[in-house]
Design a protein around this ligand. Structure first.
Ligand SMILES: Nc1ncnc2c1ncn2[C@@H]1O[C@H](COP(=O)(O)OP(=O)(O)OP(=O)(O)O)[C@@H](O)[C@H]1O
Length: 266
């Protein structure tokens, strides 16, 4: 069935060595348009390193990272700086929240939006009409995204004053402000209570549908993963050991073995 879908992200044979440690070992996976995919695996399996390679934080030792925007030429992301990867259409959030804590909620989202604007410093000083219109667009888009993630009542609050779950949603709004084709979420439910997690799974599904964005998430909360993602990719010791639907993954003996001894929060 997935064969008919448009391939958006195609990662082939991705390998990342840190000295003698092979953290990611020849991992290939494809995320198609419209999918909510998940990357799971025990602690230390290499999931975050995989994200860091795809988003330009690390230059992979070998392999290919290709983005195929529909109707446009394929973009090879290997070795690009993180801001370039964002411009190409990949946005991400981090396992440890990275917000500008002393800036307001609205300003945090506006910063994300700036990668899609054209006013350089010179034009900003002159502040002609097109610059003012662009600024207006940034504010309006940022506000709309804050409404989408349910934070509109906090626009003028400092980011550091938000409850933890709300900070995670703010990171998602900031990533969305870059107009991504694919959104990578690194443990979006970490530290959330069950109520916040159930709000989060609805939010992720809404973003995927309404914004037409594909999503790849790393998550340890199996209930969340099984409920919203398909396909699921499983890593262990740097290698991809399985991929499939939630049912296929749940019954896969290799996956069950990989998780033996791990606490799974399902
Ligand atoms: N910058 C680095 N330098 C050296 N080793 C690293 C570096 N980053 C990660 N590693 C190692 O690579 C392996 C994979 O780590 P990674 O953080 O990618 O795993 P993970 O699957 O995301 O784990 P978790 O679920 O606990 O976040 C681990 O052994 C880790 O210690």
């Amino acid at each position: 069935m997935t064969d008919k879908k448009h391939k958006l992200l195609e990662v082939k044979g991705l390998t990342m060595d840190f000295g003698g440690l092979r953290a990611v070992d020849s991992v290939s996976l494809t995320v198609h348009e419209g999918e909510i995919a998940a990357l799971i695996g025990p602690n230390g399996a290499g999931k975050t390193t995989f994200f860091n390679c795809v988003t330009g934080i690390y230059t992979p030792t070998s392999g290919d990272i290709l983005l195929h925007p529909k109707g446009l030429a394929t973009r090879r992301l290997n070795g690009l700086k993180p801001n370039k990867v964002t411009e190409m259409g990949l946005a991400r959030t981090f396992q440890n929240i990275r917000l500008f804590s002393g800036m307001t909620v609205l300003e945090n989202v506006m910063i994300g939006r700036h990668c899609r604007t054209y006013s350089g410093i010179f034009r900003s000083i002159i502040r002609n009409r097109s610059v003012r219109e662009e600024e207006q667009e940034i504010v309006e888009t940022s506000y709309r995204l804050l409404e989408k993630v349910g934070l509109e009542k906090f626009v003028n609050e400092f980011a550091r004053n938000l409850p933890y779950g709300a900070q995670r949603r703010l990171e998602i709004a900031r990533a969305l402000a870059t107009d991504p084709l694919l959104l990578l979420l690194d443990e979006p439910a970490a530290g959330m209570n069950p109520y916040e997690t159930s709000e989060l799974d609805q939010l992720i599904c809404r973003i995927s549908e309404e914004e037409q964005i594909a999503i790849l998430l790393i998550e340890h909360d199996m209930k969340l993963v099984m409920k919203i993602s398909n396909p699921i990719f499983v890593m262990e010791y740097g290698k991809k050991i399985a991929q499939g639907s939630p049912l296929e993954i749940r019954d896969n003996p290799k996956v069950i073995e990989a998780y033996l001894g791990e606490e799974v929060d399902a």
